[in-house]
Design a binder for this molecule. Structure first.
Ligand code: ADP
Length: 432
């Protein structure tokens, strides 16, 4: 089939998504790319005058999960307005598959505001992600073999989840009626689910929790949602949406969704994560590549470590990937944290690594791997990167991406615990 949703197509933006955090947004992007949608992730609320990138799906990554509900609603509405201006045909509100929220929000208030702005009367709420052990049955969310309320989420520092009944949890966050489409309906397929939506709609329900215990449930739910202006859920339920666009002839076949332009420029890894996985990856790469340790103690003593790191790196960049890392084992991390406080130490190191990243890019680096969620946020901010086109995965959950606009850069942002031991070196090998 000819690709009608491809570059320069008339179909334009199909799915517009708003995610309540950065890694959740990446997770959704991965799902959409795997299902054949060319996807761009935008970091933060885009300025109104910013053009919507050429893509089948655009995911706006907010940081709105635990901010006051008013702020989450404002930012989500601004993102919605921008996505609609860009032509989005359907809107997806993405939150965590453990329904991370508090009785104040922000899932209910944001979903209500998006429904209002879209002039829609019914949406679904489906955090299920069976591959990752998140299933919903009789409206109750399970994490592996236990109910949400008995999982580690019970003691989450910001969003403790102590009730597994999503009808009740969402009901506490919205004045609008919340209903359930049970598994006995879902298993009958898209037609039955659609009829259930109609029944709920007529009864005045505005949010439908939908059961799902397997990927085939998510596919059926996706098909049943083809005509809903707004869908809310985890990235699992997004799996079923690309097929709708494909069926209506707006989206071509999957092959090139993950294709990125060829990479160029020097290669570097910057690591600020102190996770076990990252420490192993550092050890692995340092065995064969030049490596520079950013010493937090030297930084605290006001040595110009970023300048030293760049002076070290510049003459080596032409010979292959270099590694610059601040990551250290727990005892060393504790020592500096004791001296400065954990927050201050972290921020100081993030600033230094971000400065080094900017210097490396100035020196001709075009392929950059960054390890650590907060570290990646600081680096992307310092580089002025506002949007990323999502490419193929290096390891599960970590795709290569390419910046949209300047600087032109291939970036792999790895959250600390992800990736096999050879991740850093293999990342450059898989990049065309
Ligand atoms: P992860 O994804 O593993 O959580 P992050 O980058 O989000 O990684 O968090 C790691 C934090 O640890 C960052 O704030 C980073 O600056 C900080 N850090 C890195 N190296 C050290 C170190 N040697 N001592 C103390 N803190 C460090």
């Amino acid at each position: 089939m000819a690709r009608r949703g491809g570059r320069g197509s008339k179909a334009g933006l199909l799915l517009g998504a708003i995610a309540d955090d950065l890694t959740g947004a990446t997770d959704l992007c991965n799902t959409l790319v795997a299902e054949g949608m060319r996807t761009v992730q935008v970091i933060g609320v885009p300025r109104a005058e910013t053009a919507v990138p050429d893509a089948d799906a655009v995911v706006v990554a907010l940081k709105s999960r635990t901010v006051p509900p008013g702020k989450a609603v404002r930012e989500s509405r601004a993102a919605l307005a921008w996505l609609r201006e860009g032509g989005a045909r359907q809107i997806f509100f993405k939150y965590c598959s453990t329904f991370d929220s508090t009785p104040r929000g922000n899932i209910g208030p944001v979903a209500d505001a998006l429904l209002d702005d879209l002039g829609a009367d019914l949406t679904i709420a489906c955090p299920a992600f069976p591959t990752n052990g998140r299933t919903v049955y009789r409206g109750h969310l399970f994490v592996g073999d236990v109910l949400l309320e008995n999982s580690g989420m019970r003691n989450h520092p910001l969003t403790p989840m102590r009730d597994s009944n999503l009808v009740a949890v969402l009901g506490a966050q919205t004045p609008r009626p919340v209903g359930l489409v049970g598994h006995e309906t879902v298993r009958k397929g898209a037609g039955a689910i659609r009829r259930a939506f109609e029944g709920l709609r007529q009864a005045g329900t505005r949010h439908a929790i939908v059961d799902a215990v397997a990927d085939k449930d998510l596919m059926a739910i996706g098909a049943a949602c083809a005509d809903l202006p707004l869908i809310t859920g985890g990235s699992g339920v997004a799996m079923g949406l690309p097929a709708n666009f494909r069926e209506s002839g707006l989206l071509g076949e999957a092959e090139e969704a993950a294709a990125l332009p060829a990479a160029s420029g020097h290669a570097a890894v910057i690591a600020g994560s102190c996770s076990t996985a990252t420490l192993g990856q550092i050890e692995h790469m340092a065995a064969t590549c030049p490596a520079f340790f950013v010493d937090a103690e030297a930084l605290a003593a006001r040595r110009r470590v970023a300048v030293e790191a760049l002076a070290w790196a510049r003459p080596r960049l032409a010979d292959g990937p270099v590694l610059i890392y601040a990551s250290a084992a727990p005892a060393r991390v504790r020592r500096i944290q004791k001296k400065l406080g954990a927050g201050k130490a972290g921020a100081m190191i993030e600033r230094c690594l971000a400065r080094i990243a900017a210097g490396l890019v100035d020196a001709g680096t075009g392929r950059l791997v960054v390890a650590g969620g907060e570290t990646a946020g600081a680096v992307v901010g310092a580089l002025g990167v506002q949007a990323l086109r999502i490419g193929a995965e290096i390891d599960p959950g970590v795709p290569w991406t390419m910046s949209v606009g300047e600087p032109r850069l291939h970036l792999a942002l790895k959250s600390g615990n992800f990736g096999a031991p050879d991740f850093f070196t293999r990342a450059f090998e898989v990049l065309p």
